[in-house]
Design a protein around this ligand. Structure first.
Ligand SMILES: CC(C)(COP(=O)(O)OP(=O)(O)OC[C@H]1O[C@@H](n2cnc3c(N)ncnc32)[C@H](O)[C@@H]1OP(=O)(O)O)[C@@H](O)C(=O)NCCC(=O)NCCS
Length: 166
Protein backbone atom coordinates (compact mmCIF):
# COMPACT_ATOMS: atom_id res chain seq x y z
CA UNK A 1 0.00 0.00 0.00
CA UNK A 2 1.53 3.28 -1.13
CA UNK A 3 1.61 5.99 1.50
CA UNK A 4 1.94 9.62 0.36
CA UNK A 5 3.36 12.05 2.89
CA UNK A 6 4.30 15.74 2.83
CA UNK A 7 7.22 16.93 4.97
CA UNK A 8 9.92 19.65 5.03
CA UNK A 9 12.86 19.28 2.66
CA UNK A 10 16.12 17.78 3.96
CA UNK A 11 19.56 18.08 2.35
CA UNK A 12 19.46 14.39 1.36
CA UNK A 13 16.38 15.03 -0.79
CA UNK A 14 18.35 17.15 -3.26
CA UNK A 15 19.40 14.24 -5.48
CA UNK A 16 15.81 13.09 -6.13
CA UNK A 17 14.68 16.70 -6.59
CA UNK A 18 17.42 17.56 -9.06
CA UNK A 19 16.43 14.52 -11.13
CA UNK A 20 12.85 15.84 -11.36
CA UNK A 21 14.11 19.33 -12.22
CA UNK A 22 16.61 18.14 -14.81
CA UNK A 23 14.00 15.96 -16.51
CA UNK A 24 11.83 19.07 -16.90
CA UNK A 25 14.75 21.25 -18.01
CA UNK A 26 15.70 18.80 -20.76
CA UNK A 27 12.21 17.76 -21.89
CA UNK A 28 9.82 20.62 -21.22
CA UNK A 29 9.28 24.34 -21.14
CA UNK A 30 8.13 24.19 -17.49
CA UNK A 31 11.59 25.52 -16.58
CA UNK A 32 13.34 28.18 -18.64
CA UNK A 33 16.83 26.81 -17.89
CA UNK A 34 18.84 25.39 -20.78
CA UNK A 35 21.33 23.34 -18.75
CA UNK A 36 20.79 20.64 -16.11
CA UNK A 37 21.66 21.62 -12.55
CA UNK A 38 24.04 19.84 -10.21
CA UNK A 39 22.91 18.59 -6.84
CA UNK A 40 25.15 21.20 -5.16
CA UNK A 41 23.58 24.03 -7.17
CA UNK A 42 20.10 22.89 -6.18
CA UNK A 43 21.09 22.56 -2.53
CA UNK A 44 22.41 26.14 -2.60
CA UNK A 45 19.16 27.42 -4.17
CA UNK A 46 17.12 25.80 -1.39
CA UNK A 47 19.52 26.86 1.37
CA UNK A 48 19.03 30.47 0.26
CA UNK A 49 15.24 30.13 0.48
CA UNK A 50 15.34 28.38 3.87
CA UNK A 51 17.73 31.00 5.26
CA UNK A 52 15.05 33.61 4.52
CA UNK A 53 12.40 31.54 6.33
CA UNK A 54 10.65 30.42 3.14
CA UNK A 55 9.40 26.81 3.05
CA UNK A 56 10.64 23.98 0.85
CA UNK A 57 8.52 20.83 1.13
CA UNK A 58 8.62 17.38 -0.42
CA UNK A 59 6.09 14.67 -1.20
CA UNK A 60 7.11 11.08 -0.60
CA UNK A 61 5.69 7.68 -1.41
CA UNK A 62 7.06 5.02 0.91
CA UNK A 63 9.90 7.46 1.80
CA UNK A 64 10.87 8.03 -1.86
CA UNK A 65 10.79 11.73 -2.88
CA UNK A 66 8.45 12.08 -5.87
CA UNK A 67 7.56 15.78 -5.73
CA UNK A 68 8.43 19.07 -4.13
CA UNK A 69 7.26 22.65 -3.79
CA UNK A 70 8.43 25.96 -2.40
CA UNK A 71 7.82 29.67 -2.47
CA UNK A 72 10.05 32.70 -2.12
CA UNK A 73 10.24 36.37 -3.07
CA UNK A 74 8.24 37.38 -6.14
CA UNK A 75 10.45 40.44 -6.57
CA UNK A 76 13.00 41.95 -4.24
CA UNK A 77 11.89 45.53 -3.42
CA UNK A 78 10.47 45.96 0.08
CA UNK A 79 6.88 46.66 -0.96
CA UNK A 80 6.66 43.18 -2.49
CA UNK A 81 7.16 41.56 0.92
CA UNK A 82 3.63 40.13 1.19
CA UNK A 83 3.83 38.55 -2.29
CA UNK A 84 5.50 35.23 -3.06
CA UNK A 85 6.09 33.17 -6.19
CA UNK A 86 5.75 29.42 -5.80
CA UNK A 87 6.53 26.27 -7.77
CA UNK A 88 5.28 22.71 -7.54
CA UNK A 89 6.82 19.73 -9.34
CA UNK A 90 5.82 16.08 -9.37
CA UNK A 91 7.91 13.32 -10.97
CA UNK A 92 6.54 12.42 -14.39
CA UNK A 93 5.49 8.88 -13.48
CA UNK A 94 3.38 10.19 -10.60
CA UNK A 95 1.33 12.92 -12.33
CA UNK A 96 -2.44 12.91 -11.87
CA UNK A 97 -2.45 11.08 -8.54
CA UNK A 98 -3.28 14.09 -6.37
CA UNK A 99 0.31 14.70 -5.24
CA UNK A 100 0.55 18.21 -6.72
CA UNK A 101 -2.72 19.02 -4.99
CA UNK A 102 -1.30 17.96 -1.61
CA UNK A 103 1.83 20.06 -2.16
CA UNK A 104 0.04 23.23 -3.25
CA UNK A 105 -2.56 22.87 -0.47
CA UNK A 106 0.31 22.79 2.03
CA UNK A 107 2.10 25.79 0.44
CA UNK A 108 -1.11 27.85 0.57
CA UNK A 109 -1.60 26.91 4.24
CA UNK A 110 2.00 27.90 5.05
CA UNK A 111 1.64 31.20 3.19
CA UNK A 112 -1.47 31.98 5.21
CA UNK A 113 0.36 31.10 8.43
CA UNK A 114 3.15 33.48 7.42
CA UNK A 115 0.52 36.19 6.90
CA UNK A 116 1.37 36.60 3.24
CA UNK A 117 -1.17 38.30 1.02
CA UNK A 118 -0.84 36.86 -2.46
CA UNK A 119 0.77 34.00 -4.33
CA UNK A 120 1.93 34.21 -7.92
CA UNK A 121 2.68 31.40 -10.37
CA UNK A 122 4.68 32.07 -13.52
CA UNK A 123 3.76 29.28 -15.95
CA UNK A 124 4.83 28.67 -19.52
CA UNK A 125 1.79 29.01 -21.80
CA UNK A 126 2.43 25.56 -23.32
CA UNK A 127 1.98 24.05 -19.86
CA UNK A 128 -1.82 23.98 -19.91
CA UNK A 129 -1.95 21.18 -17.32
CA UNK A 130 -0.31 23.50 -14.80
CA UNK A 131 -2.73 26.33 -15.72
CA UNK A 132 -5.68 23.93 -15.18
CA UNK A 133 -4.09 22.66 -11.97
CA UNK A 134 -3.80 26.21 -10.58
CA UNK A 135 -7.35 27.10 -11.64
CA UNK A 136 -8.56 24.30 -9.34
CA UNK A 137 -7.17 26.30 -6.43
CA UNK A 138 -8.79 29.58 -7.49
CA UNK A 139 -5.74 31.05 -9.20
CA UNK A 140 -6.70 33.29 -12.12
CA UNK A 141 -4.65 34.43 -15.08
CA UNK A 142 -3.81 38.09 -14.62
CA UNK A 143 -1.41 38.52 -17.50
CA UNK A 144 0.69 36.93 -20.20
CA UNK A 145 4.19 38.16 -20.90
CA UNK A 146 4.56 37.36 -24.58
CA UNK A 147 7.83 36.10 -26.03
CA UNK A 148 9.54 36.37 -22.66
CA UNK A 149 11.37 33.06 -23.09
CA UNK A 150 13.27 31.39 -25.90
CA UNK A 151 13.91 27.64 -25.76
CA UNK A 152 13.88 24.71 -28.18
CA UNK A 153 14.13 27.23 -31.07
CA UNK A 154 10.86 28.96 -30.30
CA UNK A 155 9.48 31.92 -28.36
CA UNK A 156 7.73 31.14 -25.08
CA UNK A 157 5.03 33.13 -23.31
CA UNK A 158 4.79 33.39 -19.52
CA UNK A 159 1.32 33.15 -18.00
CA UNK A 160 1.03 34.98 -14.68
CA UNK A 161 -1.54 33.45 -12.32
CA UNK A 162 -2.46 34.90 -8.95
CA UNK A 163 -4.33 33.88 -5.80
CA UNK A 164 -5.17 36.49 -3.16
CA UNK A 165 -5.08 34.81 0.25
CA UNK A 166 -7.91 35.42 2.71
C1 LIG B 1 1.37 20.58 -12.68
C2 LIG B 1 1.63 19.46 -11.68
C3 LIG B 1 2.42 20.02 -10.49
C4 LIG B 1 0.29 18.92 -11.18
O1 LIG B 1 0.53 17.92 -10.22
P1 LIG B 1 -0.25 16.53 -10.26
O2 LIG B 1 0.14 15.74 -9.06
O3 LIG B 1 -0.03 15.90 -11.58
O4 LIG B 1 -1.76 17.04 -10.15
P2 LIG B 1 -2.92 16.46 -9.25
O5 LIG B 1 -3.09 15.00 -9.55
O6 LIG B 1 -2.73 16.83 -7.83
O7 LIG B 1 -4.17 17.25 -9.85
C5 LIG B 1 -4.87 18.24 -9.12
C6 LIG B 1 -5.89 18.91 -10.06
O8 LIG B 1 -5.19 19.64 -11.07
C7 LIG B 1 -5.86 19.48 -12.33
N1 LIG B 1 -4.93 18.87 -13.28
C8 LIG B 1 -3.77 18.24 -13.01
N2 LIG B 1 -3.17 17.81 -14.14
C9 LIG B 1 -4.01 18.17 -15.14
C10 LIG B 1 -3.96 18.00 -16.55
N3 LIG B 1 -2.95 17.37 -17.16
N4 LIG B 1 -4.98 18.50 -17.29
C11 LIG B 1 -6.02 19.13 -16.70
N5 LIG B 1 -6.12 19.30 -15.36
C12 LIG B 1 -5.12 18.83 -14.60
C13 LIG B 1 -7.04 18.60 -12.11
O9 LIG B 1 -8.16 19.40 -11.99
C14 LIG B 1 -6.75 17.90 -10.80
O10 LIG B 1 -7.89 17.73 -10.02
P3 LIG B 1 -8.78 16.40 -10.15
O11 LIG B 1 -7.84 15.24 -10.17
O12 LIG B 1 -9.63 16.46 -8.93
O13 LIG B 1 -9.52 16.59 -11.43
C15 LIG B 1 2.41 18.28 -12.32
O14 LIG B 1 1.70 17.83 -13.45
C16 LIG B 1 3.83 18.61 -12.71
O15 LIG B 1 4.73 18.50 -11.88
N6 LIG B 1 4.08 18.99 -13.98
C17 LIG B 1 5.44 19.23 -14.46
C18 LIG B 1 6.11 20.38 -13.77
C19 LIG B 1 5.29 21.61 -13.82
O16 LIG B 1 4.77 21.97 -14.85
N7 LIG B 1 5.18 22.27 -12.67
C20 LIG B 1 4.47 23.51 -12.56
C21 LIG B 1 5.36 24.62 -13.00
S1 LIG B 1 4.51 26.17 -12.87
Amino acid sequence: MEKIAIRPYKLDDAQAIVEIINYNILNSTALYDYHPRTQAQQQAIFEDKLSKDFPVIVATIDDKVIGFGYYSEFRFREAYRFTVEHSVYVANDYHGKGIGKLLLTELIALAKQQKLHTMVAVIDSENQSSVAFHEQFGFTTVGIIKESGYKFDRWLHSVIMQLILE
